[in-house]
Design a protein around this ligand. Structure first.
Ligand SMILES: [Zn+2]
Length: 380
């Protein structure tokens, strides 16, 4: 009797949604060479020198035809994310190597969504992985959390140094982009361009996703607020395709230079691209936040979600590790020996105190030095 009661409580603690019409979020290939590179986050790049440890566990189950040379590229992506995300529940990923639609490099979706579990904002759908993190337990233990497909016919660059040659697409960038979708950068908006109507939610729940709840028109009006826009309406379609959509989350606002991050919202609506991406003209090739653009160019490598991408993951509910990115000096730049003050410029994803260590690269690794700092805050 006790066992039965416990089972009942477990199953009633959250709503398990199956057979949703969850759509894939894709990334398309641009037919030009960008020759740009966004490096891995510093927390990953300097993890050994800074004695950083992994704060999340992600596992990948590859389809049997997934080439081994491509598997190691995906393993690098998993490794990067394990230093950025903070979670006690394993994130289970399925990776498929398959022929996709013309010009689609990769696509992903959360395997499912859950709503109204303990710690959730009521009446919003959360991707499995995020719901597991928030509740600190695997709510759907028999299922993977993230599904992503990589096109099997593309001329992939499988190296992880970001030196993607001309006429090749960078596999690491695509895999990182796709997993970020399935972790929560995923809207449920859909539209019928011929009827000029739009809606949100999945066929069996009339709830928006947590990501949807931050999507706003004109910097104020939340699109999933039914007192402003009805589902299945032309009013919703008009704003959804207005090219005037931003993300209202506070962390993203702060990381985007105290402006709302612009969301890709072209007219007509592009299924798989609209709303679930950052605007491609605002965040151009080479921009630190270009990972979540709807398309990737050839000879373009983006190995970090960027401060805005990570802030969006924070806004939807993830715990992201405190990160500092040094923008000046660049790696291997030379400081003069003169008595001039030397300048360090950084940005960080949390406000608060910063510990600074100075390391000298030596033949055996790094030698740590103490450093005296004079802080000059630059408010601009
Ligand atoms: Zn995408």
């Amino acid at each position: 009797m006790k066992k039965l009661l416990l089972l009942f409580i477990l199953f009633s603690a959250f709503s398990y949604s199956q057979n949703m019409d969850i759509k894939y979020h894709g990334i398309t290939g641009d037919n030009y060479n960008a020759y740009t590179k966004v490096d891995v986050p510093d927390i990953y790049k300097f993890k050994d020198a800074m004695h950083k440890i992994k704060t999340a566990s992600l596992s990948v189950q590859f389809s049997s035809n997934f080439p081994s040379s491509a598997r190691s590229t995906i393993d690098t992506v998993i490794n990067i994310l394990s230093y950025l995300i903070n979670s006690t529940v394993e994130i289970k990923i399925k990776a498929n190597w398959t022929k996709l639609q013309q010009n689609v490099l990769g696509q992903a979706m959360p395997v499912g969504y859950l709503h109204d579990f303990t710690g959730a904002v009521p009446h919003l759908n959360y991707p499995y992985a995020l719901a597991n993190y928030i509740t600190r337990q695997d709510l759907v233990p028999d299922s993977s959390d993230v599904n992503f497909d990589i096109d099997s016919t593309i001329a992939w660059y499988r190296g992880t140094d970001g030196n993607t040659p001309a006429n090749q697409y960078d596999l690491e960038s695509v895999a990182l982009h796709e997993i970020c979708h399935a972790l929560g950068i995923a809207g449920s908006f859909s539209a019928d361009n011929s009827l000029a109507t739009a809606t949100w939610g999945f066929n069996n729940t009339a709830y928006p996703t947590i990501y949807d709840s931050f999507i706003q028109y004109g910097g104020v009006k939340i699109l999933s607020d039914t007192s402003l826009y009805q589902r299945n309406s032309s009013a919703l379609y008009n704003v959804l395709t207005s090219n005037n959509i931003t993300f209202s989350g506070t962390n993203a606002y702060n990381q985007n230079g105290y402006n709302y991050a612009k969301i890709y919202s072209p007219n007509p609506f592009e299924s798989g691209s609209s709303i679930s991406h950052l605007d491609k003209l605002t965040y151009f090739n080479g921009d630190p936040n270009s990972l979540m653009r709807p398309s990737l160019a050839m000879a373009e490598a983006i190995h970090s979600p960027g401060p805005v991408g990570l802030a969006i993951l924070q806004d939807v509910g993830w715990s992201i590790n405190s990160l500092i990115t040094i923008t000046f000096p660049n790696n291997n730049s030379t400081w003069s020996k003169q008595n001039n003050p030397q300048k360090i410029v950084w940005y960080q994803n949390f406000n608060g105190p910063v510990d600074i260590y100075l390391y000298q690269k030596t033949a055996n690794g790094y030698q740590q030095y103490s450093v005296m700092l004079k802080l000059e805050m630059d408010f601009c």
